[in-house]
Write a protein that binds this ligand. Structure first.
Ligand code: DOR
Length: 404
C-alpha cells in the first residue's frame, strides 16, 4: 500500500461536488490506482476549532505535535483558538504564534485573533492589526459577557470583513457546574451546567448580528435550544453558521463515566439534545463538524469529573467516529461527511483547498487507543471504541505529510 501512494496534485474548486473531486483525483495521471474499493480519497479535511497550545502551554501540545496529529486525522487545514500565552490580541503577540507555525507546522495552520485583550472580556483587542493574518476573532474558552463589548466587536469585525466566532457561555449561570445539568448529574451528585448558559448568549448574539450584519459563527453547539435558535436565524436570512463536535453527535450524558476524559466544555448533554444535533446536521442548521481538539496533560485530566481540566482531544478520531457511527448506520452519506469535514468549513472561512487530500482505508478496523495518538493529549471519551477507517496518507500542497 505505502509505496503505491505518491504525493499528487489535485486541484478541486470548492464548487465541485465530492464525487467530482474524487473523480479528479482518480483521473489524475500518476495517482495511485487502488485495486480495491476500500480506499477512498477525500479532499483534505478542515477543522475550524483546535487548541494547539503554543505559545504558552507546550507541555499540553505544540504546533509540531498538533499539526502532525491533524495530518494523521486527514486534516490539511486547521484554525487555532487564542487561549494561549501571550494571547494573540495584538500583532506582536500574534507574531509569536505565527513564528511557531512558520517553523513547525506540517499542514496549514491559521490562527484566530482574540476578541478582547487577554480574553478578559474588558477591552477590545487590536482586531484591525490582526485582521490580515487571522481566520476571524474569538475568545474561545470564555464567553464575552458584556453585550456592549460584543456589539463593538461585531461592528469592528464587520468593517474588517472577518467573522466573529463565538464561544457562548453565560458565567452567571455556571454555579460551579462541570457536567450537564441532567440525569447523570442528579443521580451521581454532581453540579450541573444548564443548557441556558449556552443558548442564552446565542440568543443575545443573534440580536446583535441582526443589528450589526456581522458574519457570525457559533462554536461547539451542544443543546437542542441552540439548534432551534440557529435554525430560526438562518430562516430569517442572518449570516450565521455553527459547528458541533463528533462527541456531541454520538454521545450523551447517559454515557458519562467518573473519569476526566469525559469532561469538556460544553458538556455532553441529554439524549434529546444529541438527537436534535443530528437533526440539525441533516437539515443544514449545523454547517460543519469541528473537533474542539483540546489537549491537556495526563495530570490535568486525572482528577475525575469535578477537578480535571475541561477538554478532550479529537483530531485523530473525528473521521473514524463519524464514519463508523454516522455514515455506516446510514445517518449520513460519505458525501455529506466530506461536506461537513471539509467543504463547508472551507467555504465559510474562505480557506482554499489547494492541492490537498487524504486517503482512507474504510475497511481497517481498530479499537481507539490513545497510545497511538501523535497528539500529546491522550484524554478521549472514545478510548476503547471500535471504529472503521484508518488514514493511509495525507497530502498537503502536493507534499506527503502523513503516511500510515
Ligand atoms: O473543553 C474545552 N476545552 N472547552 C473550551 O472551550 C476550551 C477548551 C480548552 O482550551 O481546553
Amino acid at each position: 500500500m505505502a509505496d503505491k501512494i505518491r504525493a499528487k496534485v489535485i486541484t478541486g474548486s470548492l464548487g465541485a461536488s465530492f464525487s467530482d473531486l474524487i473523480g479528479a483525483a482518480l483521473s489524475s495521471p500518476g495517482l495511485a490506482v487502488f485495486n480495491s474499493p476500500r480506499y477512498v480519497i477525500f479532499p483534505g479535511f478542515c477543522d475550524v476549532h483546535v487548541h494547539f497550545r503554543e505559545p504558552g502551554f507546550s507541555y499540553k501540545e505544540t504546533i509540531k505535535t498538533g499539526s502532525k496529529a491533524a495530518a494523521r486525522g486527514g486534516y490539511t487545514t486547521v484554525c487555532t483558538m487564542p487561549n494561549l500565552n501571550p494571547v494573540p490580541d495584538n500583532v506582536e503577540h500574534l507574531n509569536q504564534q505565527l513564528a511557531c507555525i512558520e517553523r513547525d507546522a506540517c499542514i496549514q495552520v491559521i490562527p484566530y485573533g482574540a476578541i478582547t485583550l487577554g480574553e478578559k472580556g474588558e477591552t477590545l483587542a487590536d482586531l484591525a492589526g490582526m485582521a490580515p493574518y487571522v481566520a476571524g476573532f474569538s475568545d474561545d474558552g470564555r464567553g464575552v459577557q458584556s453585550e456592549d463589548l460584543m456589539r463593538q466587536a461585531m461592528r469592528r469585525a464587520k468593517a474588517l470583513g472577518k467573522p466573529i466566532v463565538a464561544h457562548c457561555e453565560d458565567n452567571s449561570l455556571l454555579r460551579g457546574g462541570y457536567i450537564h445539568d441532567g440525569d447523570y448529574a442528579k443521580a451521581h451528585g454532581h453540579r450541573g451546567i444548564c443548557s441556558e448558559s449556552e443558548w442564552g448568549p446565542i440568543a443575545r448574539d443573534l440580536k446583535l448580528v441582526k443589528e450589526t450584519g456581522v458574519s457570525y459563527h457559533v462554536c461547539h453547539i451542544s443543546t437542542k435550544e441552540s439548534v432551534e435558535l440557529i435554525r430560526q436565524a438562518k430562516a430569517e436570512g442572518l449570516d450565521v453558521t455553527c459547528e458541533t463536535g463528533p462527541h456531541y453527535l454520538v454521545m450523551d450524558d447517559s454515557m458519562l463515566q467518573e473519569d476526566g476524559r469525559f469532561k469538556m466544555n460544553p458538556p455532553l448533554r441529554s439524549p434529546e439534545d444529541r438527537e436534535a444535533l443530528v437533526q440539525g446536521l441533516l437539515d443544514g442548521t449545523i454547517d460543519m463538524i469541528a473537533t474542539d481538539h483540546a489537549p491537556h496533560s495526563a495530570e490535568e485530566k486525572a482528577k475525575g469529573l469535578e477537578k480535571s481540566a475541561f477538554g478532550v482531544v479529537g483530531i485523530e478520531t473525528a473521521f473514524p467516529i463519524v464514519y463508523t457511527y454516522l455514515v455506516k448506520p446510514g445517518i449520513l452519506t460519505l458525501d455529506q461527511a466530506a461536506e461537513l469535514l471539509c467543504i463547508s468549513p472551507r467555504k465559510r472561512f474562505n480557506l482554499d483547498l489547494g492541492q490537498d487530500f487524504c486517503v482512507w482505508d474504510l475497511e481497517s478496523e481498530s479499537v481507539i487507543d490513545p497510545k497511538e495518538f501523535l497528539s500529546l493529549g491522550k484524554a478521549t471519551p472514545f478510548q476503547g471504541w471500535k471504529v472503521f477507517g484508518r488514514c493511509a496518507a495525507t497530502v498537503r500542497s502536493g507534499q506527503l505529510v502523513y503516511q500510515a
